[in-house]
Design a protein around this ligand. Structure first.
Ligand SMILES: [Zn+2]
Length: 317
């Protein structure tokens, strides 16, 4: 049986939650759809991840206005994916901040990623016509670490290593010991690994765990409050990534084809992860990338709308 392409058959609206995970720190979550975070400082706010369209971002702005009237001065992009960045213009922020790695990925593959993501998951792009022409460009970038002060409140932006993409960053609020992880950590949601660095990802998770966050807002799934829940989500993400890569690596070593590797990965992952959000959508992209990385391709191959469909036919068709 042919499965509908990616998430084109996923049309059910999700319930949005807006929860305080620390003093003046909020998680905008939506049952497995992409999350955003909000940090309220003394004189302004910061939003972590913009959402997919300006229309979607208006939903975040409305929630911010329920808790503060301070201006949204900064938008932070945890990484380059369209569902995270293309809504940025709605905030009219003074600065759009990302890592240098993310900036370079936007230069290299932002255009292809935009077309690819809209094709894969149209429900996430309502009001796509409100996206300004062209791409969302950061106005401030940094290599590994940058502090932004919202009045006296410090937010540390940190590139702790590659994982979900080569340019991932986290936002860390030292006064509350709270972290916003982007897609480096997911909770009861599949990790999208189509652009990932799978051998490095667990090391980046080690670095996140060392902060011992009191609370963590993952890229998808519920906000995580308490050390135990945060550790559980990190372990869950690690297990997902390791099971995927470990199985692919073994398959490549045994000389299996991509299609055979897909079957082997499914056998290893379905029992543990098939109930996770966007699992079936991600699986072929994840196996393709894991197979490539295990075959020695360090730099992820660019996904285009055409390559997406071709690969889907081959593996899920
Ligand atoms: Zn992503």
């Amino acid at each position: 049986m042919t499965k509908p392409f990616a998430s084109t058959a996923d049309l059910a609206e999700k319930q949005v939650s807006f929860t305080e995970v620390g003093a003046g720190l909020f998680a905008y979550t939506a049952q497995g759809d992409p999350n955003s975070g909000v940090i309220v400082g003394d004189d302004c706010c910061m939003v972590i991840d913009a959402q997919a369209t300006p229309a979607m971002a208006e939903g975040v702005i409305a929630r911010v206005r329920e808790v503060t009237d301070k201006p949204i001065k900064y938008v932070v992009l945890s990484h380059y994916h369209a569902v995270r960045v293309l809504g940025a213009s709605a905030y009219k922020a003074q600065g759009i901040i990302a890592s240098k790695g993310t900036y370079e990925l936007i230069v290299e593959r932002g255009e292809q990623d935009k077309a690819s993501e809209i094709g894969r998951f149209p429900r996430l792009f309502p009001g796509a016509e409100s996206i300004p022409p062209g791409l969302t460009w950061p106005t401030l970038t940094f290599e590994n670490e940058m502090s932004v002060f919202l009045g006296k409140r410090e937010v540390k932006l940190l590139h702790l290593g590659a994982g979900h993409t080569a340019g991932d960053i986290v936002a860390w609020v030292p006064d509350a010991q709270v972290m916003f992880s982007g897609d480096l950590v997911e909770y009861h949601s599949a990790c999208y690994c189509g652009d990932a660095h799978l051998r490095e990802w667990p090391l980046t998770l080690d670095a996140i765990r060392e902060f011992e966050p009191q609370a963590l807002v993952p890229g998808r799934g519920d906000a995580l409050v308490g050390h135990g829940t945060v550790r559980e989500a990190i372990a869950m993400t690690r297990d997902f990534v390791n099971t995927l890569y470990g199985t692919a690596e073994l398959s490549v070593a045994r000389g299996r084809s991509l299609k055979e590797t897909f079957a082997a990965v499914r056998e290893a992952m379905d029992p543990k992860f098939s109930s996770f959000a966007i699992y079936e959508h991600c699986l072929p992209f994840n196996v393709s990338r894991a197979y490539d990385e295990a075959s020695g391709i360090d730099h992820p191959v660019i996904w285009t709308a055409e390559r997406d469909r071709e690969m889907w036919e081959k593996l899920q068709g």
